[in-house]
Unconditional design. Structure first.
Length: 323
């Protein structure tokens, strides 16, 4: 009969009843690291000690541990690595999220490290057939048994799900809004937020249900500003298109706001430049008629350098300065 997660969990828990000399040494090393008052800890060193203390020395060298700067939707992940030549899963990669964990208390990254190590342990002991559990996430009876035992033994707080919701949401900068009935239905109100630029579509497991129950169309309403490298990679036409879209939206906002006048509001854009005489010129009756004045113009902000430019001159400014 194949080993289950529960079987593997009980085997690991049994080793905690009477620690071996090697486990005791690992425990002492872990306590030294956890109480050294340093803000950071070496994940590879900790992982090696946890491998001895809690996981029957089965994780190394099969499991690779690393920080991931691209992991933004979860604090950690344990993934199988397939051998290119044989097609078999031969290694396990354990990743911790740099963006979500680097500024949080050290205990958060340690709890996440142990959480993912439990998954890795089950992948090793159950012949790469880690049980997905009742909820389909791999956090079944076996996971809960071993996590509870480790929490009680070392006073950890290994949980099934993390609570870093604000951090995760801060990276979901690509946003789409549905124009159908679901835009008035909580909790999502027709919004889809993602950290990557992938529009809602058939690849989403909820798409068919959305089409049947709502049928609305998603339109992108927010995205992060392009990086300098992305701007440099754009063609002149693409950059011009982005500039035109920003200018159009800016002017449209001014029209909607309207300029306040003595009896109400005007539908015209707000003028940001007043009529003024040229600075430093003495005014006299003799030259009143010849006095030069700056023409009243609408100023707009350059989307690249933020310089205020007359609306009629913005295209020339973009062509000559930023092309």
């Amino acid at each position: 009969m194949p080993v289950t997660d529960e079987d593997a969990a009980l085997a690991a828990i049994a080793t905690l009843e009477h620690l071996s000399a090697e486990q005791t040494t690992a425990l002492q090393a872990i306590n030294t690291i956890l109480h050294n008052d340093e803000p950071f800890a070496d994940i590879h060193e900790l992982f090696a000690h946890y491998n001895v203390l809690y996981f029957r020395k089965l994780l190394l060298p099969r499991v690779e541990v690393l920080w991931s700067p691209r992991l933004t939707l979860c604090a950690g992940i344990c993934e199988l690595s397939r051998d290119a030549s044989t097609g078999r899963f031969t290694r396990i990669r354990l990743k911790l999220s740099t963006p979500l964990l680097q500024y949080r208390p050290r205990s958060d990254f340690i709890n996440t490290l142990i959480h993912e190590a439990i998954h890795a342990y089950f992948f090793v002991t159950t012949s790469w057939k880690h049980s997905r559990g009742d909820d389909g996430t791999g956090h079944g009876v076996g996971f809960q048994l071993l996590a509870d035992a480790i929490n009680n033994h070392g006073n950890y707080n290994v949980t099934i799900y993390h609570t870093f919701h604000d951090e995760v949401d801060s990276f979901r900068t690509h946003v789409w809004q549905c124009d159908g009935p679901c835009q008035s239905q909580p909790p999502y109100l027709g919004l889809v937020k993602r950290s990557m630029n992938r529009a809602p579509g058939k690849g989403d497991n909820w798409w068919a249900r959305h089409q049947a129950e709502c049928g609305g169309t998603y339109t992108k309403i927010q995205e992060p500003a392009p990086t300098k490298k992305q701007l440099e990679a754009m063609s002149t036409k693409e950059r011009a298109g982005r500039q035109k879209n920003k200018l159009d939206s800016w002017v449209a906002a001014g029209v909607r706001k309207g300029a306040k006048t003595e009896g109400g509001t005007s539908d015209k854009p707000i003028d940001l430049v007043e009529d003024k005489t040229l600075a430093g010129q003495k005014r006299s009756r003799a030259d009143d008629d010849d006095l030069l004045r700056v023409e009243k113009k609408l100023l707009v902000e350059c989307p690249i350098c933020n310089l205020k430019i007359a609306e009629s001159d913005i295209n020339e400014h973009l062509d000559t300065v930023h092309t």
